[in-house]
Design a protein around this ligand. Sequence first.
Ligand code: HEM
Length: 513
Amino acid sequence: KPALAQAGVAGTVEAKGDSASVAAPQMTRDNGAPIGENRHSKAAGDLGPVLLEDTTLIEKLARFDRERVPERVVHARGTGAHGVFTATADISSITGASLFMPGKQTPVFVRFSTVIHPSGSPEGMRDPRGFATKFYTDQGNWDLVGNNLPIFFIRDAIQFPDMIHALKPSPVTNKQDPNRFFDFFSATPEATNMLAHVYSNLGTPASYRTMDGNGVHAFKLVNAKGETMFAKFRWISRQGVRNLNGAQVATATWNYLTDDLYGEIGKGNFPVWDLMVQTMSASAFAKLDYNPFDDTKEWLGVPFRKIGEMKLNKVPTNFFDYTEQSAFAPANLVPGIEASPDRMLQGRLFSYSDTQRYRIGANAMQLPVNRPLASVVNNYQDGQLDHSNRASDVNYFPAATAAKSTDARFRAAPYGIDATVDAKPIAKTNNFAQAGEFYRALKLQDKADLVTNLAGDLNVVTSARTKTIMVSYFYQADKDFGTRLATAVNVPIADVTRAVADYRAANPGQSGR
Ligand code: HEM
């Protein structure tokens, strides 16, 4: 409804100029009052000043002054689309989540993003790519806030602010600087697997449509009987995975990823992904040579099965209303899907909702892009911009009259713990093996591109120590990888093998094997 009609003001005016015959909605002030003049301020005569009493002007400037919210502290540059998820397999034996009934359709909103660079940055910057999906299920919103890469740099949320500080522009020069982030990563050997992925051409996708997506963490699935199982989710692109090499990305246009997504959806060429799941029960953990809740590892060798498909078929009518104000949070889970003990996921459960209360406001979840399908949220809470429209004087629990109920079926699954509380590293670190497997699986040209891409940034590093340690990590992943990189960045191989020996001496028994 036009604002005018909502405000109860009758009539429209005819637009002037080329579209004189089209009835244009009347412009209004925020109180709904029609505006008579929108191009000239109220001034005291030809030569006099503008008056404070020009409330139309004052309100317009005040609104403009506040019309942006802070950009996301990470993943600021993104683009989004609406779509639909269709469940294709009966997985009720492993989860009670209501969206997975075969044939059931659930609306979704997806936002793709780069990580480090600001909201107006070019889309071709090397980065993991965010792949965040909000499923508007009939039991609340489930957000699968993932990346295109299957693993992550670090395994404990307490390191996330430091890592992001190292990757963001220097606080002194305001420029991103490989000296800073490789300084951090040279003390973070668990990042080797992720660095190998992000410096491969996967770090510069050809389009968002030609990217897979990964939930990265393990989640806990709970079935109707209360039995639990752990699972990882992956989106497989039906368009295939396609990336750009360094030369191609150098000529990519500023908005090439948004242009592609909007362009193809606009043409009716809707991109489709299959949702796959891997499952593991707790009884399998002891046999692994890594920690199953370490997000620097994939569950290699565990089979995937398809459980649904997603089609993106509509771009948002307004970027700010939908894409910018979208608020994805790993804490947005639904009955049947719970958090695992993954130490990164545990931190993320807090961080997203917290930043969104600051970035958008306490009632961010009431905005059209974020609100659940069951649009009445029964949580008894007020707060800035609340309009949940509650017509009862009972805003407490428990209450004898007008009581709200809770349902024991939706209680979180209980679990036992027998442990000593401590803040210490995980036992099975196994920092390099999977990076080696990743490297060896690449095609010849992709291996060469990975070495070139990595050498490009490592060659900016002035500290010979940092460079040598970084090369020694890739050498521990795969000898050929490390040797080629050493040549590309002029580090003598004898220095590399000495760094490997130093690492092994300082980290006895940390291989995880
Ligand atoms: C966005 C924190 C790890 C994927 C964000 C935001 C924060 C954040 C504060 C901005 C959210 C907003 O303003 O709405 C963290 C912390 C992490 C972490 C503290 C580690 C403890 C990860 C990991 C992944 C990931 C491991 C991938 C699996 C994303 C994505 C977005 C995002 C895709 C953008 C969501 C959107 O499109 O709005 N993260 N993050 N993050 N993060 Fe993380």
